[in-house]
Structure formats: structure tokens, C-alpha cells
Design a protein around this ligand. Structure first.
Ligand SMILES: *Cc1c(COP(=O)(O)O)cnc(C)c1O
Length: 397
């Protein structure tokens, strides 16, 4: 059994704050500060350029890929780190189109995160008139996998409502219809049980600054199904995805397997922070984290509905049908969230009217949930959000 008090002690949580926004940016793992200081002092400081070999910097993208891979059901050697999630979406999409050359549509849904849709749109513009992006309502996604669909780009957990796609059924249907699937794990990795290999996803991509606590701008990851890994063309053919980067050949030859999805020089400092952040996962299992997350989110829903009935649940009530977040609709959701943040309950707001709260068992306890719900009750019952100051929008919501 996981000792969740012990996992919580691994994080620095700001004084007086109940942090329900780890679905957007995980908090600081205590070990990260020491780790990055050591990497700077002992490796960058003392080894300078020899650190690429002596400190193993060049292999970090693969080592960390394996650590992340262990949480998403990937076998070692099939996940690699680098770049940002938007870039990895682009690479996966471009590869998928080439693997399915007789088809020209990328299918996605309106619950997807806009950047995924923007990247798809950018790619089909580059590819020309024959290609297109088709988006349908999330509930219609499976039914919309038609004969012209080359690839389904699906984010498992809706960033606004937490609604979760049935990935097993989706992948099975897509394959039966001759389409490939890119599974975006942005709100799944570290949040729900994922089995990319067991469910036979073609590609999976995700970021590490949300539930994996890798810090602002932490590198993304990509998984390529071993069936495709040696044939997929990475689209962004950078030198570190080359078979032999240090031969400095003028011709590009893709590296073996997922290695080819690497693009340029890895962010060593960011990867070392992520490495420290991943240590906490050695103290638990994904199944236990998921069970606890359901316990926390069910408690939150019942407490909030009791104390703040003016909030309308926007997430599925069935915990199996949602990720690790709970959202409520409120007509003054932005002001409501500012009032909560002012009182130490940090969630976030997503336009037009969603107040979003993330549940992260590694550092959030049932007592936190009860306390947060009580504060939400006070703010809502007393309309404490109703001030000009709370309505004033900041750049990042
Ligand atoms: C958070 C998130 C992103 C962010 O992409 P970056 O390139 O890391 O900024 C993209 N897609 C989804 C589904 C997300 O949830």
C-alpha cells in the first residue's frame, strides 16, 4: 500500500495553499532543486562539454523515456523525450499520414486541446488541398471513422470537463476501419491507468509538466508502436534522430526505432529535473494513484454539491468516464476562481464558464479536499467573488 503522506512529503507546497491545479502544472518536487544544482555544479560546471559522454547527457532522452514509458504501458525502448507536446503531435501526425498513404483525413473532436487541432491544421495546409482536418463532437468520434480517415488524433481526457474517451473501443474500431490512432496523453500520463502497448496505439504523445511534475516547460514524450517504429518517417529530421549524428553525413538516415523521433539537442537541465520528479513514482503504483484519485474526486463532488449547489457539475458523474479532474460550470467562473485563489484554493478557469480542479493523490489528501470544498461553499454562498477586482482578467487563466 502506498504511503500517501510520504509521497506528499516529496513536494514543496506553498504555505497556506490547497493546490488543485496539478493537472496544469505539477508542484516542485523537493529533490529537483538539489538535483539541478548538482548537475550544474558537478556536470556542467566541472565537465563542461565532456558531460555529454561522462555524465550520460546524450542518453537522457531515452532513459527518461523508459521511466515515463513504465507509467503508460510501453515496453522499454519505445518512448523518447524531447521538444514540446505540440511538436510531438506534429511528428506523429505527419508519420501517420505517410504510413497510410491512400487516405488524407485527420479526424479529431471539438473537445481536443486547441494546439493539437492547430498543429493538424498547419500540417494539412502544408501537405496541400488533398488533405484535411475533420472535427466532430466527442461523442461522435468513433462513429465518424470513415474510409477516408488516415489517422484519428484523440486526447483521451478532455481538458475542460475531464470526460474520458473509451480508448479500447476507439482504437479497435479505428484499426478495423484501416485508420491509425494517435493517443494524446497530456491529461492521462500520471493520472489514469494507460496501456499504450496493450491497447495497440499507433502513436502516443504527452507532456511532463502536468501530472508528472517535471516543471514549467518540461520536455514532451512520444511513443511509437514497435510495428511502425522502423518505418515511420519522423517528419522533423533533425541530426539527433539520425542513425549516426556524429558521422555528420550530408544525407539523412533515420535512427533505429523511436530514436528517430528525436530532433535536436536535448534539454539536459530540464531532463534532470524530470528525472528527480519521476523518483516519487517508485513509491507507488499507477493503479493505487488512480483508485485514490477517484476517492478524492468523488468526495469533492459530493462536498461541493452539498455546500455550493449553484455550481453545476460539468464532468461525468461516473468516475470511470472521467480523468483526474472535476469541473463545475458557473456563469462568473473566472471571478469565482480568482476569489478562491485569493483564499488559497488554486484551481483554474477555462473559457467560457468552467472552474476546473485537479486531483493529484501524490500530494493532495482527503482533508485538503474537505477544506477546499468548505472554502468554495463560503465563497459561493456569500457571493464573495462579486467584485470588480476578481472580474479583471489576467493573461494566463
Ligand atoms: C497541455 C496540452 C498541450 C500543450 O502543448 P505544449 O506544446 O506542451 O505547450 C497540448 N495538447 C494537449 C491535449 C494538452 O493538454
Amino acid at each position: 500500500m502506498t504511503d500517501f503522506a510520504a509521497t506528499r512529503a516529496q513536494f514543496h507546497l506553498p504555505e497556506g495553499v490547497i493546490y488543485l491545479d496539478g493537472n496544469s502544472l505539477g508542484p516542485l518536487p523537493r529533490a529537483a532543486e538539489g538535483r539541478i544544482a548538482k548537475v550544474m555544479r558537478d556536470e556542467w560546471g566541472e565537465m563542461v562539454i565532456t558531460g555529454w559522454n561522462r555524465a550520460g547527457w546524450m542518453d537522457m532522452a531515452n532513459r527518461l523515456g523508459d521511466r515515463v514509458g513504465a507509467l503508460i504501458g510501453a515496453e522499454p525502448g519505445h518512448v523518447v523525450m524531447g521538444d514540446t507536446l505540440s511538436i510531438k503531435v506534429y511528428q506523429a501526425l505527419a508519420s501517420a499520414f505517410e504510413l497510410n498513404p491512400d487516405r488524407s483525413v485527420v479526424l479529431s473532436d471539438t473537445g481536443n486541446f486547441p494546439s493539437d487541432l492547430y498543429m493538424a491544421d498547419g500540417l494539412v495546409c502544408t501537405l496541400g488541398d488533398a488533405y484535411s482536418l475533420r472535427t466532430v463532437a466527442p461523442e461522435e468520434l468513433i462513429g465518424a471513422i470513415a474510409d477516408d480517415v488516415a489517422v484519428v488524433l484523440v486526447t483521451e481526457v478532455d481538458y475542460r470537463t475531464g470526460r474520458r474517451h473509451d480508448m479500447a473501443r476507439l482504437i479497435e474500431t479505428a484499426h478495423a476501419k484501416g485508420a491509425l490512432v494517435i493517443w494524446d496523453l497530456a491529461h492521462s500520463a500520471g493520472a489514469v491507468d494507460v496501456d499504450v502497448s496493450g491497447l495497440d496505439a499507433d502513436f502516443a504523445v504527452g507532456c511532463t509538466y502536468k501530472y508528472l511534475n517535471g516543471g514549467p516547460g518540461a520536455p514532451a514524450f512520444i511513443y511509437v508502436n514497435p510495428r511502425h517504429a522502423d518505418v515511420a518517417r519522423p517528419a522533423l529530421s533533425g541530426w539527433l534522430g539520425h542513425e549516426a549524428p556524429f558521422d555528420f553525413d550530408l544525407d539523412y538516415r533515420p535512427g533505429a526505432g523511436v530514436q528517430r523521433m528525436r530532433v535536436g539537442t536535448p534539454p539536459v537541465l530540464a531532463l534532470s529535473v524530470l528525472d528527480a520528479a519521476m523518483d516519487v513514482w517508485d513509491m507507488t503504483t499507477m493503479a493505487e494513484v488512480r483508485a485514490r484519485s477517484i476517492e478524492l474526486s468523488q468526495l469533492f463532488i459530493s462536498e461541493v454539491e452539498r455546500q455550493a449547489p449553484m455550481l453545476e457539475l460539468a464532468s461525468p458523474r461516473d468516475p470511470e468516464k472521467r480523468g483526474s479532474q472535476v469541473s463545475f460550470r458557473f456563469h462568473e467562473g473566472y471571478a469565482g476562481m480568482q476569489a478562491l485563489i485569493d483564499r488559497g484554493v488554486i484551481g483554474d478557469f477555462r473559457a467560457p464558464d468552467i472552474m476546473r480542479f485537479g486531483f493529484t493523490p501524490l500530494y493532495i489528501s482527503p482533508d485538503d479536499v474537505r477544506e477546499a470544498a468548505a472554502i468554495i461553499g463560503e465563497v459561493m454562498q456569500g457571493a464573495l467573488w462579486d467584485t470588480a477586482e476578481y472580474r479583471k482578467r489576467a493573461a494566463v487563466t
